[in-house]
Design a protein around this ligand. Structure first.
Ligand code: HEC
Length: 178
């Protein structure tokens, strides 16, 4: 390669660089990018509530008393089929995954001596009155956090009343209705 050839290449490279620089300068001069004073599209997140939002309080559970007055134990027997996989209800019947439930209404919590309850259930000292049964059967794991009863619960108010009316009948001397 002679020096003339080399100069030609060097000049070409230089010109290319210059042209690029000029284009960039010119571009900036023509279009001056500036930040918008306001977002052109505003996303309002204040209305989106998160699950941990405490403002969204759950409504209190309907009192069971008035519902029990019109409860149907025969309907309760049908609903109790959901419980039968884990509980027996007849007097003296053996425990299953859950304890036998004969005479459970007004009985003390964790009432069967020979059933191994969860420590959560054992440490509950109270009685299965209508309102505690109402709460427990609504959401077992909310009423007794850590319970072994993996049943999801009965969200329907009248279904709970019916099944409690059914439980009440299965006792040596059924407790008076509230
Ligand atoms: C998947 C099995 C399962 C199902 C279904 C189930 N239970 Fe239970 N239940 C248990 C277990 C296990 C326990 C003991 C809980 C503990 O020790 O924490 C229990 C405890 C109870 C207790 C407290 C008993 C006591 O001696 O204190 C009641 C009342 C009860 N269940 C009612 C019901 C009713 C009513 C239904 C149907 C609507 C039902 N359960 C469905 C497994 C179940």
């Amino acid at each position: 390669m002679n020096s003339f050839e080399f100069n030609k290449i060097a000049a070409a490279v230089l010109i290319a660089l210059l042209a690029a620089m000029l284009a960039s300068l010119l571009g900036d001069a023509l279009v001056s990018p500036s930040k918008l004073a306001k977002d052109s599209y505003v996303i309002d997140i204040s209305s989106i509530s998160t699950s941990s939002d405490t403002s969204e309080k759950e409504k209190p559970l309907t009192p069971i008393g008035p519902l029990l007055a019109k409860a149907d134990p025969a309907e309760g027997a049908k609903i109790f089929k959901k419980c039968l996989s884990c509980h027996t209800i007849g007097k003296g019947e053996p425990h299953k995954v859950g304890p036998n439930l004969w005479g459970i209404v007004m009985n003390k919590m964790a009432h069967e001596e020979d059933f191994s309850y969860s420590s959560a259930m054992k440490s509950k000292d109270g009685h299965w009155d209508y309102e505690s049964l109402n709460h427990f059967l609504h959401k077992p794991r909310e009423f007794v956090p850590g319970t072994k009863m993996t049943f999801i619960g009965l969200p329907n108010d009248q279904e709970r009343a019916d099944v409690i009316a059914f439980l009440r009948q299965h006792s040596d001397n059924p407790a008076p209705l509230p």
